[in-house]
Design a protein around this ligand. Sequence first.
Ligand code: CO
Length: 360
Amino acid sequence: MDNVESLLEELTNAHGPSGFEGPVRAIMQRELSGLCDGLDTDGIGSLIGRLGEDGGSPRVMLAAHMDEVGLMVKLITKEGYVMFLPLGGWLDQALINQRWVIMTRNGPVLGVTGVKTPHVMTAEARGQLFKREQMFIDVGASSKEDAEERLAIRPGDPIAPDSRFTQLNGGALYLGKAWDDRVGLAVIVEVMRRLRESPPPNTLYGVATVQEEVGLRGAHTSSFAVEPDLGINLESGVASDYPGISQEEAQEKVGSGPAIFLHDSSMLPSLKLRDLFVDTARENDIPVQFDVLSGYGEDGAEMQRTHKGAPSINIAVPTRYLHSHNGIISREDFDRTVDLVEAVIRKLDADTVRELKSFD
Ligand code: CO
């Protein structure tokens, strides 16, 4: 296991649902503090690292979000079961019979979403889908008081999926939760590590945002703080290389290189930036893919429309099974994404950014 793999493992294992990104922020703070000339937070917890002169230009913002999809404690029943609501977009069926960590003020509490045993069901009932409203988390408490006093669970406590990083069967694929968007954070760290050695012709802001999964909220506030000339968002992409998903829905394949988003429901990227990424990939023999999605939404949208607006793009590491306990990425795709983003940032001098921003 090399340093990059350890960082990916640490980031993906960390618990940090939307609004409760503390453990992830601590990792990013540790990593970025040695690589940046300035490190600050916005008012809701996004971490902003600056490489280069304060007040320098052009200002390039590289962003990825720290939060993962999770749940929140709604109430505890008198028998001691935890009822919850979702933070971010879950498929109801992905919630059933999984392990979770409730992040209480006294530390983590393990729980499981119970599922009714098939032994008592009619054939018809067995074929039905379970609805989120029927679900609960079993923490092994004997009563409401036991859950509240011994386990320190309170309404409002965040709940994170519990799933550990694994190198999938010794290959170059990594299995884990929350690649969305811990993989983007690791790209920021590795890009800034390389640029620290020989700085780019711009002031680069590496931003780890909060609350993306509940509406791009940290990207909104941090874009105001940075006021970028140009935005590059790093995300986990939508692979469509497994049974039951078609090219009509998404176009990325795991192992075929970084993806450039051309459409999602939150943003239309700058085509000048698309072409800069494609040309730079060709020059460096990096394979790239395109993705045109009808749904999705990402922090690039907030960078794009902050202040007077800034050309922006979303670059993604292809990922299978987003928003669940077990996703898959490829190490090769990760490394190629770092190569590509680094190469593009090295080109972003004042003239190039002026041209990218111009409509002449
Ligand atoms: Co995401």
